[in-house]
Write a protein that binds this ligand. Structure first.
Ligand SMILES: Cc1cc2nc3c(=O)[nH]c(=O)nc-3n(C[C@H](O)[C@H](O)[C@H](O)COP(=O)(O)OP(=O)(O)OC[C@H]3O[C@@H](n4cnc5c(N)ncnc54)[C@H](O)[C@@H]3O)c2cc1C
Length: 393
């Protein structure tokens, strides 16, 4: 039982822990940094990683532990956000595939739950929740990242279908995905925010081409995606025509807070690293500061959870979570290399723990860019929380 658990929550936590102990692989000894997005995978390892992630998701789905706070009608457990958080916190202590399915489960799925229609929720959400469908997010373009609203991919209506043409970039896991949530311009004559619409694209459709991009970690998890007259049924349009920006903002809100869920696992792994290596007082002090800041960030999470539990969309708190959460992760990975000392200079098989801490360290700049850069989060916080003058646009 945790100090703030009610008796019902303590009971739920015990049940979740017992199920995880019986079904999840234990953390390897010593634990390593979790890193599906930043790890260096060979194509064969990538296939295996995805298969493991799907199998774990299916196991949870069949046992009623997937989509804890999602309605049962869409395959969820129908429990509360608090129970969802309890399960996530418990799951974080186990060595399970953490983030390979995060784009669908963590970002696109919750957005469709809020903004999709009933037919779309029933059709799209159960296969997403069971790990059967892998999703990607087709937002950024070569000329439109921070300034996403300027995007130029076009969708033109043709009867009951839309024909989408354009180029997306930095699309995480697009090469492995079944479906993609795509934002496209449907009316170039309207002001930029109002001329956009959101669609679910079948990534196996004729006209979809993906090309992997290699990052400095060595991984090639994100892609260029070319959309060449791709036909999408109107039944795959999420929200009203012209209301795509709302889908973008909602998806970003979930993406920006996802970083909070990896914090506990990394802190666990780092604690084990500290115990396994000789450390000095200043290293332990630096770690303590991250832990305290992480606890404080937990209150931002509670504010967002309260909003969601009351049927409201959280506001710019998501930017605080993204900015502070990724800075804390960056600090922890930097500390890990400090604790590893000269071993921190090694890579791959020569390095302790297979070089996972090095991969995580090198992947941090990516985490600080994806979902909106540090600077963009600071702008949002300045304008929407602190009430400072608007950025010049
Ligand atoms: C690991 C990773 C995964 C990603 N996954 C996806 C994905 O799955 N789907 C997807 O659609 N996209 C994805 N992205 C793309 C990501 O959303 C964009 O890279 C990001 O929004 C920044 O856009 P940009 O790269 O075009 O940079 P730019 O917008 O060109 O920015 C360049 C620099 O200028 C700064 N800047 C820009 N505008 C301002 C301003 N107004 N004020 C102050 N500074 C500013 C930025 O902070 C940045 O430092 C991913 C990126 C990474 C790194």
């Amino acid at each position: 039982m945790e100090p703030f658990d009610s008796p019902e929550e303590a009971h739920f936590r015990a049940e979740a822990r017992a199920w995880l102990e019986a079904n999840a692989p234990r953390p390897p000894a010593p634990p390593i940094a979790p890193s599906a997005i930043v790890a260096e995978w060979t194509p064969a390892e990538e296939v295996q990683m995805l298969a493991e992630a799907r199998a774990w998701q299916k196991l949870k789905f069949d046992a009623g532990w997937a989509g804890i706070a999602w309605p049962t009608a869409y395959g969820g457990r129908g429990a509360s956000i608090v129970e969802h958080n309890i399960f996530s916190a418990e799951e974080a202590h186990f060595d399970v595939p953490h983030d390979a399915l995060v784009v669908g489960l963590g970002w696109c799925g919750p957005a469709i739950l809020l903004l999709g229609n009933e037919e779309q929720r029933q059709r799209l959400l159960p296969p997403l929740l069971s790990g059967s469908d892998v999703w990607c997010q087709l937002f950024s373009e070569p000329g439109s990242g921070s300034d996403l609203v300027s995007l130029s991919t076009r969708a033109v209506r043709d009867g009951d279908e839309w024909v989408i043409s354009g180029q997306k970039v930095w699309t995480t896991f697009a090469h492995l995905s079944d479906l993609g949530l795509c934002i496209a311009r449907t009316d170039p004559d309207l002001p930029p925010h109002r001329g956009l619409s959101a669609f679910v694209v079948d990534m196996r459709s004729p006209g979809v081409e993906t090309r992997q991009i290699r990052q400095m970690t060595g991984s090639a998890n994100f892609n260029e995606v070319f959309l060449n007259e791709v036909r999408v049924p109107d039944s795959n349009r999420i929200g009203e025509v012209g209301d795509g920006w709302r889908v973008v903002i909602t998806t970003f809100m979930f993406e920006r807070t996802a970083v909070l869920s990896v914090g506990a696992t990394v802190a666990d792994a780092f604690t084990a690293l500290l115990a396994a290596r000789p450390t000095n007082g200043s290293q332990r002090d630096r770690f303590l500061r991250v832990i305290v800041a992480g606890k404080a960030l937990g209150y931002t999470q509670l504010r967002m959870d309260t909003a969601l539990a009351q049927g409201r969309m959280p506001g710019p708190e998501g930017s605080v979570a993204k900015l502070v959460g990724t800075l804390l992760l960056a600090d922890l990975y930097d500390q890990a290399l400090d604790v590893l000392g000269a071993d921190g200079l090694l890579a791959d098989g020569d390095a302790p723990y297979g070089g996972e801490w090095q991969d995580a360290f090198l992947g941090t700049p990516g985490l600080r860019i994806g979902g909106g850069t540090d600077q963009i989060q600071r702008n949002i916080i300045a304008e929407r929380i602190l009430g400072l003058p608007k950025d010049s646009r």
